[in-house]
Ligand binder design. Structure first.
Ligand code: PLP
Length: 391
C-alpha cells in the first residue's frame, strides 16, 4: 500500500484530484471535520441526508436494529420489514397504496428492478428516457440516462429511446409510444443532477394519459425528488398523479443505511401473483435498511418535515432568485446557473467558506436537509452569494 494514499477509490474523479474530507460529528444542517472546521451541508451529503446530521431518532432506530442482531434472507418475514413496506405504501401517491414494495439498496438498483418489472408485465422491451436525466451509475441505468457520464460506456444496452423533452405543458411523448412497443417511460419527478427542471402543472397528468393510451407503464424516478425534497412526499404529488411504478432511495433512509425501493401499483403487483418475479438481491429487505426506512418515515411525519420543506421553500424562493439570472427549483431543491468557465473557481470559493454543495459545469445545486432552520438558511444564502461574487 502506498504511504499517505487512501487505499480505496474516490468516485467520479481522477484519483489525484479527489478532495476528501473526514466528518467527525454533525448536527442538523452542519457537520464538523477532523480539522475542527464547521461546514454547512447545502447538498444533504449526496442529496440524501434529508434528516440532517446526528438525527437522534435515526441513531436510536439504527442502534436498536443492530442490537437485535437479526440475520435475514430474502424470503424472511419480520416485523420491521412488514412495517417498512406498510409505512411506505401509506405515504405513496394514492394509486400505489393498493400495491407492493420491492426492497433494494440504491437508486440505480430500484430503477433497474422497476424496468425489469415493466418488461415482465408488458412483454415489451423499449424504455423511453429524457435527454436530460440521470437514473444511476450501473451500466444498465447509464444506458437509460441522458447524462454525459454515460459517454465512455456508449452505446450501452439496446432498446433505450432518448426523448428530447422540453418540459412544456403539452409534452410531445405520443409519437414515441405509437408503435405500441414501449414497456415504460422512465422520468425523474424533477430532473435532478442534470439541472433541476421543474415541469409545469399538468405535465404529469398528460404523461399519465399518454402512457395509458398506449399500454405503456409510467415509472417515476423519485430517488432524488422524493421524501419532501420538493415540499411534497413525492414530486408527482404536485400534479396529483400516480405512476405505475415509483422508485426511491436517498431520503428513504436519509443516509443512515443503504436503501432503495420500488413501489408497484396493485395492477402491476398482482401480475406477479402467478408470474415469476425475476428480480432479487442477497440483501433484499436487510434488517438495517428496514429499520432505517421506518425510522425515517417516522421522523418525516412526527417532525412535519414535508410541510416544513414546502414552507421553507416558499421563504427561500424570492431570496435565492436574487443570486443569479437563471435559478430553478422547488421546495428545498434548487440550481443556480453561471458561466461554465467559473465552475472551478466557484467550487474553490465554496470550499474555502466550508460549504458543501454540488457543482457541475456552470451549475450550483442547493439542497439542504429539511431540518435546516431559517437563520441557517439566511447564513447559507449570504455565504453562497459572497462565494459567487468572488468569482
Ligand atoms: N436517480 C436519480 C434521479 C438520482 O439522482 C440518482 C443519484 O443521484 C440515482 C437515480 C441513483 O441513485 P444511487 O446513487 O443510489 O444508485
Amino acid at each position: 500500500m502506498q504511504e499517505g494514499v487512501d487505499p480505496f477509490f474516490f468516485t467520479w474523479t481522477a484519483q489525484n484530484q479527489a478532495a476528501p474530507i473526514e466528518i467527525v460529528s454533525g448536527e442538523g444542517a452542519c457537520f464538523t471535520t477532523s480539522d475542527g472546521a464547521r461546514w454547512l451541508d447545502l447538498g444533504s451529503m449526496v442529496w440524501n441526508a434529508n434528516l440532517g446530521h446526528g438525527h437522534p431518532g435515526m441513531k436510536r432506530a439504527m442502534v436498536a436494529a443492530a442490537e437485535r442482531n437479526l440475520l435475514a434472507q430474502p424470503s424472511s418475514v419480520f416485523p420491521e420489514k412488514v412495517e417498512a413496506a406498510r409505512r411506505l405504501l401509506a405515504v405513496a401517491p394514492p394509486g400505489l397504496r393498493d400495491g407492493k414494495v420491492f426492497l433494494c439498496l440504491s437508486g440505480a438498483e430500484a430503477n433497474e428492478n422497476a424496468i425489469k418489472m415493466a418488461r415482465l408485465f408488458t412483454g415489451r422491451r423499449k424504455v423511453v428516457y429524457r435527454s436530460r436525466s440521470y437514473h444511476g451509475a450501473t451500466l444498465g441505468m447509464l444506458s437509460f440516462s441522458g447524462d454525459a457520464r454515460r459517454k465512455p460506456f456508449d452505446p450501452g444496452l439496446p432498446d433505450g429511446i432518448c426523448w428530447d423533452d422540453h418540459y412544456s405543458a403539452t409534452p410531445d411523448l405520443e409519437p414515441l409510444l405509437r408503435a405500441g412497443d414501449v414497456a415504460a417511460v422512465l422520468l425523474e419527478g424533477i430532473v435532478g443532477p442534470n439541472g433541476v427542471y421543474v415541469p409545469p402543472r399538468g405535465y404529469y397528468q398528460e404523461i399519465r394519459r399518454t402512457c395509458d393510451r398506449h399500454g405503456t407503464l409510467f415509472i417515476a424516478d423519485e430517488v432524488l425528488s422524493g421524501f419532501g425534497r420538493t415540499g411534497r412526499w413525492f414530486a408527482v404529488d404536485h400534479d396529483g398523479v400516480s405512476p405505475d411504478l415509483l422508485t426511491c432511495a436517498k431520503g428513504l433512509t436519509a443516509g443512515y443505511a443503504p436503501g432503495g425501493a420500488v413501489i408497484a401499483s396493485g395492477k402491476v403487483a398482482h401480475h406477479f401473483d402467478d408470474h415469476v418475479l425475476s428480480c432479487g438481491l442477497t440483501t433484499y429487505g436487510h434488517p438495517l435498511t428496514c429499520a432505517a426506512i421506518v425510522g425515517a418515515i417516522d421522523a418525516y411525519e412526527r417532525e412535519g418535515l414535508i410541510e416544513r420543506a414546502a414552507r421553507l421553500g416558499a421563504w427561500l424562493e424570492p431570496r435565492i432568485r436574487k443570486l443569479g439570472r437563471d435559478v430553478r427549483g422547488l421546495g428545498l431543491l434548487w440550481a443556480i446557473e453561471f458561466e461554465p468557465a467559473r465552475t472551478q473557481q466557484v467550487a474553490a470559493e465554496l470550499r474555502r467558506r466550508h460549504v458543501h454543495a454540488f457543482k457541475r459545469e456552470g451549475m450550483l445545486f442547493l439542497a439542504p436537509p429539511l431540518v435546516i432552520d431559517e437563520p441557517t438558511l439566511e447564513e447559507a444564502l449570504s455565504i453562497v452569494g459572497d462565494a459567487l461574487d468572488a468569482t
